[in-house]
Design a protein around this ligand. Structure first.
Ligand SMILES: [Zn+2]
Length: 90
């Protein structure tokens, strides 16, 4: 993953940040912590990475099969290594 990408709206640099998101699906609540997101420094437009969205769906699908109603999912451990790896290669 890149630390900076080009904003789809205005073409200016968008910086990698981490956000928290609550997802409610099938009467289950998921508290997702540390989702990577690119925020444009100029227009503030958020851009999500397609690979990240896929990974998120995969994680939620797995949890969906459990009985529990509420989950706290710490994504920092999953996504931070991806960010670090690219930084080293660059
Ligand atoms: Zn922008």
């Amino acid at each position: 993953m890149k630390k900076i990408i080009r904003c789809l709206e205005c073409g200016q640099p968008a910086e990698l940040k981490f956000e928290d998101r609550n997802v409610v699906e099938n009467n289950k609540t998921f508290h997702l912590k540390g989702i990577p997101i690119y925020i444009c420094k100029t227009c503030g437009e958020p851009t999500y990475d397609f690979q990240i969205e896929l990974k998120l769906e995969e994680i939620l699908d797995k949890l969906m099969k459990n009985e529990k109603r509420e989950y706290i999912v710490n994504l920092t451990e999953i996504f931070s290594p991806m960010v670090e790896m690219t930084a080293t290669l660059a």
